[in-house]
Design a protein around this ligand. Sequence first.
Ligand SMILES: Cc1ncc(COP(=O)(O)O)c(C=O)c1O
Length: 381
Amino acid sequence: MAVKFLNPLADASQFPTPSVTATPKFRLRDLDLAQHAKGDVRETIFTRNGRGAIGIAGTALRKENRKNVILIPAYHCPALVEPFIWLDYEIRFYPVKADLTVDTSLLKKAICAGDVTHCVVVRYFGFGQNNDEVIQFLHSQPVEIIEDCAHSLFRFVDHFADSGKQVPDVSASICSINKILPTIDGGALYLKNKYEAKLTHVGWLEEAKACAFIVGIPQFVGRLKARFKKSKNETAGVCAELSEEDSHLRYFQPIDLVSASYRNTKSIFCHSNLKLIRKKRRRNFEYIVNNINNPKVGAPLFNCLKDEDIPYVIPFLLTDECYFYQIRKKGIQILRWEEVAVSDCSISQDYRSRLIQIPCHQQLSSSQLNFIVDTFNQLRP
Ligand SMILES: Cc1ncc(COP(=O)(O)O)c(C=O)c1O
């Protein structure tokens, strides 16, 4: 059956420019130029974005001369699903439980259909949940396992790092770099079996423009111009140049399959102090979760962190979606997955309006952390 994505519920233009952003901004001082994670990333394919990495995995793992049937969790964003639509996979959604874990008995039932060839397992928001158990079960099935670590860069890195951590055996693992690190673009792909992905880098002029953008030069010039009443949105200009032609899909572009990330994305990845970022994200999560106390508004989906959990954001379930608008109007860039595909999973259909993602990234200052906590605690019905 054709996949039908729901329409967005809100638009960023309805809200003020956020003072607390969802992701970190580039700051030279955050880089650790003395360290270089070269060995750790030798086998990584750096793609333009996570959806590109998913698409390349889907291409590499596609079965010839038979129908490709993929199981994808019903709670998702379209960017995860669209590459498989483009590659002509038959997509079936499997339900998630209220805590976003996988009901293994229902997954088993879905696989019992007998024609499933692939299965995606998602490490939502940087949390391990029961994914290892699910992957363990999938090992006993004749399916290709695609691990989506879009939110779990740290787990992704463990596929290569000599950390001594046990990493489950999967056919492919992907991550989305600019969700965690301050880069313009970036996906990364690990494939168990060798595959020659032919990716093209942008030219050096484009690379230079991207570097200028990341340190804020066009934005600064734009502000200057605006001052002299020649208002022109440079940011939009650069982004328009960076974007590609439209297709019938909302997020995935076929060119993502053949595009390497910016070279500067790889440099930022290799010179980021991941150890420190892990620590700060965990600390920010704990501070916010331990200090928000307004049950009328909602509650975090998870109250504590296991050793392996490095949060991308804090999933928080609102009692009423009206709070989403109140929080965005205060300038906190909370996100939610509004465009999930229609499915039988009532949790996913409900969470599109009520499950929000609170920032907890490494750059949040104490005053921003307190602002988030106070905003939530002061919300009234
Ligand atoms: C779970 C998940 N998978 C994949 C993607 C795609 O990542 P990217 O935005 O880098 O293409 C996203 C991001 O939207 C995501 O949240």
